[in-house]
Design a protein around this ligand. Structure first.
Ligand SMILES: [Zn+2]
Length: 228
């Protein structure tokens, strides 16, 4: 299938009009594949998997109404633990002898969450959006940055389905603070608490987290196209 034919199909076929109700498309497995398969049939073409993937990943396909468009993003961040800094995780100031080093408040959990949100829409990473040499972000609350990222997600026409996250730290014990972290996040993201998960684990004293040299965090998110 030549690239020019993709453009031809896009011009001729209003994707919003396509609804495949045959069982022939079952083997393709997803609603999007139903749509694409119908598109091929309309043009008396055999389904072409390479072209299908091209259409599915193009910016054209997600605009199609009636197709559930889900994006998934992953985020990972690490900050060093040093003396003389407050320890802030999930917007909660946690009593501890050390805190995380960074230009902003170094909230490693929120940084991982923001990177997962940006990653889901291929919008780059937080370093690109909030450079660490920009004086506007010196000491800023990462909750405020999270609100800005949520604005970007809304601008792109997506809402957050759910988030799961994990903080990796040997000490201090974080269990007493998880609930407050979740409510801070749900407030900043305007989400239901049942869709925001925060967990904490240790590495059994292994690695830099285990030695108390730093704290890591990971997050995964799914976004749904609004009205999709
Ligand atoms: Zn960070």
């Amino acid at each position: 299938m030549q690239a020019g034919q993709v453009e031809k199909i896009k011009r001729i076929v209003p994707l919003s009009a396509l609804k495949c109700d045959t069982e022939k498309c079952d083997a393709l497995g997803t609603n999007t594949k139903y749509e694409i398969h119908a598109l091929f049939a309309k043009h008396n073409m055999l389904c072409d998997s390479a072209l299908y993937l091209e259409l599915r990943t193009s910016r054209f396909a997600p605009r199609e109404r009636g197709v559930l468009v889900i994006k998934v993003g992953i985020g990972y961040d690490v900050h060093a633990l040093v003396e003389g800094r407050p320890l802030i995780l999930g917007g909660v100031k946690i009593p501890y002898e050390c805190g995380l080093l960074g230009h902003s408040d170094a909230d490693v959990l929120i940084h991982a969450i923001m990177d997962s949100l940006l990653g889901a829409l291929a919008l780059g990473d937080i370093g690109a959006h909030f450079p660490d040499h920009d004086p506007r972000y010196r000491g800023i609350s990462s909750l405020a940055l999270l609100e800005q990222v949520m604005g970007l997600i809304e601008e792109q026409g997506y809402r957050v389905g759910n988030i799961d996250s994990i903080i990796v730290a040997e000490r201090p014990k974080l269990a007493p603070f998880i609930s407050q972290m979740r409510s801070n996040l749900t407030r900043a993201m305007k989400m239901d608490e049942s869709c925001v998960s925060v967990k904490a684990t240790t590495t059994e004293r292994l690695g830099f987290e285990g030695r108390g040299e730093g704290i890591g965090a990971q997050a995964i998110v799914n976004l749904e196209k609004v009205g999709g």
